[in-house]
Every structure is written in C-alpha cells, then in structure tokens.
Design a protein around this ligand. Structure first.
Ligand SMILES: Nc1nc2c(ncn2[C@@H]2O[C@H](COP(=O)(O)OP(=O)(O)OP(=O)(O)O)[C@@H](O)[C@H]2O)c(=O)[nH]1
Ligand SMILES: [Mg+2]
Length: 322
C-alpha cells in the first residue's frame, strides 16, 4: 500500500511547490513537488489550485518522486478576484487571522481598499484586523476618521513602525500586541505594494529575510518587491511558540467581482441589521424605495464614507491603486 504523508504548502510557482511535513519527531521541507496529473479538482474555478497554508497529501509516484495528490478541504481562504484571468485567486489558506496592512503615507492610506478586504474577510469567515504601518509618518484627518469608524464597528486597528531610518524618534506602537496575536497562530498579511508587509514579517520573525523594496521607485511605476505568496515560519527556540506569517504580493486593484451585490452588502457589518427591513427583497441599496440602508445613511447610522465605499464596489468595480 502506498504511504501518504500530510504537508503544508509554503509557496509555489508555475505549479511547482515547496511544502513542509511533520511527523511528530521533526519537520521536513520538500522542494520541487509537482501536482499529480498537473491539476486538482478545484482548477476549473480557481486561478491557482494551491496557496500557502493549504494542507496537501503527498505520495510517491511510480518512479519514486514525491507528488502532491490532493488538497484537504480549506478552513478558509484569503481571496482576490484576478481580473486578467477572470477568476478567483486564493492567496493564503487556513489562516487564524488576516491582517489588512496599510500605511499612513507612501503609499497613502486607502480607506476603500481596507473596506473591500474586510468585506472579503467577513464573507470568507476570517477574523480580520487592520495594521497601519509607517506610524512614524503622519496620518491625514480622513484616514483618522475612517479608523475611528472601523474601531466603532469592532475592528482592531494597530499602528506599527516596521522599518525606519536610525534617526527616527521613539514611537510607541502596537508591534508587541501584533506579535502576541501571531504566537502559535498562522496569519496572512495582505495589502497594497509598498506598505511594508515584508518589513513587518522581518520584524515579527527574526531571520525571515523577506526582500524589502524601495518605495520611492516602486509604487509609482507599479513595481512589486514580493512576487510570490510565501509562508514564513519562526524557528521555534526553547520556550517560544511558532509564529507563521504568510507574506503576499502587493495588490494594485481589489474588486469583489466574485460576489453578488447582496453578499457585498452583507459584508458591511453596519448594514446587516438594516438589510432585513428593506421593502424590496432583492434591494441593492442603491435607489430602491423604502430602502432601510439608505434610511440609515440619512439618519447617520451608516457613515456616508462607508456607504460610498459600498456604492463604488457595486457600481464601478476595482479600485485602482494609482
Ligand atoms: N517610514 C517607514 N518606512 C517603512 C516602514 N516599514 C517599511 N518601510 C519602507 O517601505 C518600503 C516598502 O517595504 P516592503 O516591506 O517591501 O513593502 P511590501 O508591502 O512588502 O511591498 P510589496 O512586496 O511590493 O507588496 C521599504 O522601503 C521599507 O523600508 C515604516 O514603518 N516606516
Ligand atoms: Mg513584500
């Protein structure tokens, strides 16, 4: 009988994957693994069949090579709509928490981008929090208002400084809190290019050595430093619990094209209690009579900014990052 081995996907490109298995006595990394038969059942729906964090089964092929033969059902999936392929793409799987990473400046804070990722997290049933990196730089008033709204809705928002020149002043940040949330957990960092995701991982996981890019030449020209979603694991020293971070490539645009309008509305936390009260059962909350969501905007229960964020998603599609 063939022996099967379970492993976690660390990263992959062009359908060749690196995975990590553990057997109770230790862990082993296997490189250059291919998929048996080149595809998995999920291929017809998704751009990539496997993402970091996926649990797969390995088996030896006829000529003795280890192959990936199947993927275990996912607990959850951090997804994005791939506009080029017109398909959903999973960037990380089986995470305990998703950090939506943004920055105060360079690139500027994008409230609508954050709203979109939080909607995805809600719909995919992923616990999400926001990290505002580059706290050494100032945050403008609209961004501060947006953060206040998010906190009011129950979202955690953390400020960090991942990487600053030696001259930077001492700033009190939430980096220790973020680190404690990663202890013993698998998290993914997701956000636009240049906000400092890889820099943060280098801070949180000593020795991670994720490449960090030069922001001044990058987001203007659309260059991305991290090109591959990759799981980075803390070495487990004595007395420490493992930290698993999935670094992801920066996204330039983020649409929610894979969801129905009614799903998008349900992904906005503050809409939920109103949606039931709309007169039309299939209300899009854009123009219908006796729409409870529009009434809540008028009464101030829903902020104009969050409603505008919703309207932009369902009427105009992707938010471009330039
Ligand atoms: N001022 C300041 N700069 C930072 C901070 N964190 C990171 N940077 C800088 O921001 C730039 C981009 O950092 P990266 O970590 O490569 O950003 P990324 O989000 O991984 O970008 P992609 O891989 O392209 O998605 C680098 O020049 C970092 O030195 C911070 O807290 N403050
Ligand atoms: Mg990066």
């Amino acid at each position: 009988m063939k022996q099967q081995l379970e492993a976690t996907v660390l990263w992959g490109a062009n359908n060749i994957f690196t995975v990590r298995s553990s057997d109770g006595t230790g862990t082993e990394v296997h490189e250059h693994l291919r998929l048996k038969g080149k595809i998995l059942d999920s291929d017809q729906y998704e751009h990539n069949p496997l993402a970091p964090g996926d649990i797969v089964e390995l088996a030896r092929s006829g000529d003795g090579d280890l192959q990936i033969v199947s993927r275990r059902p996912r607990k959850n999936a951090v997804t994005r709509w791939n506009p080029k392929r017109q398909r959903v793409q999973t960037v990380a799987a089986n995470v305990d928490r998703l950090f939506v990473v943004t920055s105060t400046q360079e690139p500027r804070y994008r409230s609508q981008f954050i709203d979109r990722v939080l909607v995805m997290a809600t719909l995919e049933e992923i616990t999400a929090a926001v990290i505002v990196n580059k706290a050494d730089l100032s945050l403008d008033a609209p961004a501060q208002r947006h953060i206040a709204v998010l906190r009011n809705l129950g979202y955690e928002v953390y400020f960090t400084v991942a990487d600053v020149p030696e001259t930077a002043t001492q700033i009190k940040t939430d980096l220790d809190t973020v680190a404690s949330l990663i202890d013993g957990a698998t998290v993914a960092l997701f956000g636009q290019s240049g906000v400092g995701k890889s820099s943060l991982i280098n801070r949180l996981i000593p020795g991670a050595e994720q490449s960090v890019g030069d922001v001044s030449v990058r987001y203007d020209r659309g260059r991305h430093t991290t090109t591959l979603a990759k799981q980075v694991i803390a070495t487990t020293g004595a007395g420490t619990v493992p930290r698993v971070c999935i670094d992801t490539p920066g996204v330039r645009e983020y649409s929610l094209a894979q969801y129905e309008i009614t799903e998008v509305a349900a992904g906005f936390r503050e809409f939920r209690s109103h949606i039931q009260s709309c007169r039309m059962p299939s209300c899009t909350h854009l123009h219908e009579p006796e729409c409870a969501v529009l009434a809540a905007v008028d009464s101030g229960d829903i902020t104009p900014e969050r409603y505008d964020s919703y309207r932009q998603i369902v009427t105009t599609g992707p938010e471009r990052m330039r």
